[in-house]
Design a protein around this ligand. Structure first.
Ligand code: SF4
Length: 68
């Protein structure tokens, strides 16, 4: 099935709080060195969790866009 949503993180805004990883561990994780890694393609089953991560990010660093 084709992925229709993608996320991106603005590294200038991200402060590595890790709230996104709490909300959507399928896509986001903090590394042991304090960086943020994420998968940009959003599987359909993870969409609700990613939307929660977008809402929860205190610096509004996460963008979610639909690809047609
Ligand atoms: S919640 Fe926002 S600021 Fe925190 S790690 Fe995730 S993207 Fe960065």
């Amino acid at each position: 099935m084709r992925t229709r949503y993608r996320v991106s993180v603005d590294n200038d805004r991200c402060r590595r709080f890790g709230i996104c990883a709490d909300e959507a561990a399928q896509l986001f994780r903090l590394t042991p060195s304090g960086g943020l890694r994420y998968q940009s393609a959003v599987p359909a089953e993870a969409l609700a969790a990613v939307q929660a991560a977008v809402r929860s990010c205190p610096t509004l660093a996460i963008s979610l866009e639909e690809r047609r």
